[in-house]
Design a protein around this ligand. Sequence first.
Ligand SMILES: [Zn+2]
Length: 393
Amino acid sequence: MTGTLECKACHSGRISVFHEQDNVPVNSCILLNTREEARQFPVGRIALGFCSDCGFIANTAFDPGLIEYSARYEETQGFSSTFNRFHRALAQNLIDRYGLYGKRVLEIGCGKGEFLLLLSELGGNEGIGFDPGYDEQRMQSDAAKRLTFIKDFYGEAYSDVKADLVCCKMTLEHIHNIADFLAMVRRSIGDAANTAVFFQIPEATRILRDCAFEDIYYEHCSYFTPGSLARAFRRAGFQVLNLDTAYDGQYLMIDAKPATGAMDAPLPSENDLEMLSQYVSEFPARYQARIAEWCETLEASHSAGERVVLWGSGSKAVSFLKAVDSNHRVEYVVDINPYRQGHFMPVTAQEIVNPDFLTDYRPDVVIVMNPIYSDEILSDLTARGITPRILTL
Ligand SMILES: [Zn+2]
């Protein structure tokens, strides 16, 4: 790549690359039917750049043409009781905050439609959801009568769809041209000044601070902190009402509304540029150290003749295996989502198995990909009479 890199959030040329990875699987959640298909899965390059003007972090080597969002994209967390409790509380909270009873909600990137369904069930709301990976076979509820799903990316063509709440969860991080996208959403809302806007994305301060390398993957081309997210929203013409984190600090959430007059003063949590540049400068050394530590752990288990499995086959597992298991010490990956079982991990090609498999396999070590599910996983293992060592990321 030549010339100056441009920040896709603020258009400055002050973005510099601080972290690079090659041969990264380009999708994390695509269902792959055979080990061979998994081994041949396309790879791309990650070159994370940090914008010293706005704090936005992006994969500057991202090629949107490599990514597939389709019916074989299986990302739902809806089989976890921990996640479902969180999701339900989040929906109720939004309903209470914005008086969403008998109102209309537009969701950008609705996945399998679970969140719209909650908003419909809990508040009697109508909803319209956009997602190319939506699957109508899996939507079974009376409240679904109030919902419409469009298997497409949301865009300017749908600006006639008006709503009391525009929500967008775990989607903005997949979008490359952030400034263009947020400006499009703002234009689509037009002069409907009372539209509430809610976005949820991964929280990148934690990724940098804790060196959470498992949370860096190809599909996520854009990474935000409270400050950079708020700045991107203001630039697009939104008033920022609130910034918050949830799910053990893994999610960042923003409440906004269309700005009609002068902008409010920034919130205190937006003042994060100095801290971020510190974390960014420390990241490369800490990344090397964390990778080395996990490689040693896996090699030690292998030397001791231990059987090691991962629990959780989503994006974190894809990153983890690619980064630390080049010697293929992990044989299987467990997932409670039946739609993922029997498929294979991209590139590293481990089979994804049902937890029932462990009853015979008797793993010595289970590496939990997301510590928030540790209790849920531990009770599952205990109920099966399996007592492996549990390691968490
Ligand atoms: Zn920027």
